[in-house]
Design a protein around this ligand. Sequence first.
Ligand SMILES: [Zn+2]
Ligand SMILES: [Zn+2]
Length: 136
Amino acid sequence: MNAIDKLGLLADLDGSFCELNHGPGVPQGDYPACNYLVVPIGYRDQSHTDIVVRELVIPVCHECAAALLGEEWTLFYCLDCGRSQWICRALARLRYRHHILWLHGCPHCAERLRGLSFNDFPAVDGKAEFLIPEAA
Ligand SMILES: [Zn+2]
Ligand SMILES: [Zn+2]
């Protein structure tokens, strides 16, 4: 991301709200954003070079940023519709070790899941990348 884009995003942060799921019935707008989650979207070419086509930028609040960095929660985020769901690792049937699993299609927007990407694009390896690292 270039410096101009970054400055623009930071200027917008004041009026932005967390776009992650805070539970059913919680209105968006209750949680002011304090940071952005930055997700490189792209692929790997034949020479194994990471090609970033675009960056998805998701406003997140302090609470969600902390959860993304901790070991207690795993976030499912649908790249197709932007819906998200937190899974408490201690209660999950499967053992999750990634902080984020990216879905291509979810129950809200597709009849079936078309794919999970937690490692097909190396730059998105389940890690949380923030625009403002020190604020997380
Ligand atoms: Zn949040
Ligand atoms: Zn979806």
